[in-house]
Design a protein around this ligand. Structure first.
Ligand SMILES: NC(=O)C1=CN([C@@H]2O[C@H](COP(=O)(O)OP(=O)(O)OC[C@H]3O[C@@H](n4cnc5c(N)ncnc54)[C@H](O)[C@@H]3O)[C@@H](O)[C@H]2O)C=CC1
Ligand SMILES: O=C(O)C1=N[C@H](C(=O)O)C[C@H](O)C1
Length: 266
C-alpha cells in the first residue's frame, strides 16, 4: 500500500508538532510538506525540536499546494489562516483534515458546499479526542431528559477563540434534542456584564482560560432534585492524535465534508 501523502500547516505549534510526531510513528503516512509563517525553503529536520523529516517548509500555501503532490492537508493553525488553507486545499483537490477551531457558521457552510460540489472528502473536527466525542454524544442523549444545561469549558490561556469549538459543537448537538429556552430566573439581571456566560439559544457557555490547563469541558444538567455532570479532560495533546490519524485515513474514501469526528466513528 502506498503511504498517504500529508502536508501539515502549523508544524511548530502545540498541535502541529504532535501531528508530526504521530506521522513519524505511522507506517502508512508520509510528510511531504509543511506550511508555516516562517522558515520558507528550510527543511523540517533542520528546525529545532522538530522530528527528522526531509519535507520542505513553505510560507506561501499556494506555492506549497502547486509544488507538492499531496493527498491530505492537516490544518492546525488559527481561525483566519485555517479557513484560507482549507479553501485552498479544496480548490487544489487536496483533502483537508482540519482541527483548527473558530470558523463561523457561514464559513463551515461554504466549505461544506465546496467539498460537495467538487466531490472531495474533508473533515473539520472541533475535537479529535475520542473521549470528547463521547462526552458530546452522551450530552446530546442527556439533553432529551434534562433540557436545562450549561457548559463550562476550561483551556490554556494561549487559546485564541472563545467559546471553544468543542463547546459550540456540544451546544449544537444539544439543540438538536431540545427547544431553545431561557434558563435561570425570567427576571435575572447581570450586575456584572458576562456573569451568566455566552448565550446559545438560552444555553449558557462559560469559558475559563488559565495557564496550566490543556483542554477540559463539563456539561452540567439540572433536573428536579438532581444534577448530572458529564466531564472530559485532555491531559495532553496525544489525546487528539488517534482522531487526527483516523481522519487522515478515512478522508481518503470520502467525497463530502464531515463536521465532527462522530461522523467517522462506528
Ligand atoms: N480539533 C482538535 O481536537 C483540537 C484543535 N485545536 C485547535 O488547533 C489550532 C491550533 O492549536 P495549537 O496548536 O494549540 O496552537 P499554537 O498556537 O500552538 O499553534 C498554531 C501554529 O499555527 C502557526 N500559524 C499561524 N499562522 C500561520 C500561517 N499563516 N501559516 C502557517 N502556520 C501558521 C503558528 O506559527 C503556530 O505554530 C487552534 O485553532 C486550536 O483551537 C487544538 C487542540 C485540539
Ligand atoms: O485550543 C485548544 O487547545 C483546543 N481547541 C479545540 C476547541 O476549541 O474545542 C479542541 C480542544 O478543546 C483543545
Amino acid at each position: 500500500m502506498k503511504p498517504i501523502k500529508v502536508i501539515v500547516a502549523g508544524p511548530r505549534g502545540k498541535m502541529g508538532s504532535a501531528a508530526l510526531r504521530m506521522i513519524q510513528q505511522s507506517d502508512n503516512l508520509q510528510l511531504v510538506g509543511c506550511i508555516d509563517r516562517k522558515f520558507d525553503g528550510q527543511i523540517v529536520k533542520d528546525l529545532d525540536g522538530l522530528p527528522d523529516f526531509e519535507a520542505k517548509i513553505y510560507e506561501d500555501p499556494e506555492v506549497c499546494l502547486n509544488e507538492v503532490e499531496a493527498d491530505v492537508l492537516i490544518d492546525l493553525t488559527t481561525p483566519e489562516f485555517g479557513y484560507k488553507h482549507t479553501k485552498l486545499a479544496l480548490e487544489n483537490g487536496v483533502r483537508p483534515v482540519v482541527g483548527t477551531t473558530g470558523f463561523t457558521k457561514e464559513q463551515l457552510n461554504e466549505l461544506t458546499e465546496m467539498a460537495e460540489n467538487k466531490r472531495i472528502g474533508a473533515v473539520i473536527a472541533p475535537n479529535f479526542a475520542i473521549g470528547a466525542v463521547l462526552m458530546m454524544q452522551f450530552s446530546k442523549w442527556a439533553a432529551k431528559h434534562f433540557p436545562d444545561v450549561e457548559i463550562i469549558e476550561r483551556h490554556h490561556d494561549q487559546k485564541l477563540d472563545a467559546p471553544s469549538g468543542t463547546a459550540v459543537k456540544t451546544a449544537e448537538l444539544i439543540q438538536e434534542e431540545r427547544e431553545a429556552k431561557h434558563q435561570g430566573h425570567p427576571d435575572e439581571k447581570e450586575t456584572m456584564k458576562g456573569a451568566r456566560g455566552a448565550d446559545s439559544e438560552g444555553l449558557k457557555i462559560h469559558s475559563v482560560r488559565l495557564p496550566g490547563l490543556v483542554a477540559h469541558q463539563e456539561v452540567m444538567f439540572g433536573g428536579s432534585g438532581e444534577t448530572l455532570t458529564i466531564k472530559h479532560d485532555s491531559i495532553n495533546r496525544d489525546s487528539f492524535m488517534t482522531g487526527v490519524k483516523l481522519s487522515v485515513e478515512r478522508v481518503m474514501e470520502m467525497d463530502i465534508l464531515a463536521y465532527g469526528l462522530e461522523n467517522l466513528l462506528d
